[in-house]
Design a protein around this ligand. Sequence first.
Ligand code: RP5
Length: 165
Amino acid sequence: MSLSASPSPLIGIIMGSQSDWDVMSNAVKFLEELNIPHEVKIVSAHRTPDRLREYSTTAAQKGIKVIIAGAGGAAHLPGMTAAWTHLPVLGVPMQTHALSGKDSLLSIVQMPAGIPVGTLAIGKAGAVNAAILATSILSLSDQKIEQRLIEWRTKQTESVTLEPV
Ligand code: RP5
């Protein structure tokens, strides 16, 4: 799997740790399937705060339109990213050992008014849906992406059998 699908990524996927990759790779798989230009980086709110500031403040001028940020535990990455950029930020809470991801979810979802983070489900479903939602946002201004998204949704609908096999 290539980590950077295009020199001009439209979606930036960031995660707090290498340990988030198993989950966040599900977002990348969707973007690769629909051929959406993206990039993937490890950016930690706590361990690499300068990298977080640099990434968030330069994303828009690089052409990024949506940022997906996955983090676990004291999951400040999506919120701090949103603090530095006006771009839409979608947060994906990681499942954690200690608190099953409720810590991640609450850390991400409870943003103060004025700095929104669109918060998805805990774990794999959240990562996949963040990628679909980011694609849906891009589809508002790109007809080719809109067409690919509609086709993907139609295929998904057709793949659901009426009866269990
Ligand atoms: C967060 O802390 C990361 O997003 C990760 O989910 C969690 C644990 O990180 P590691 O200790 O596994 O690197 O910053």
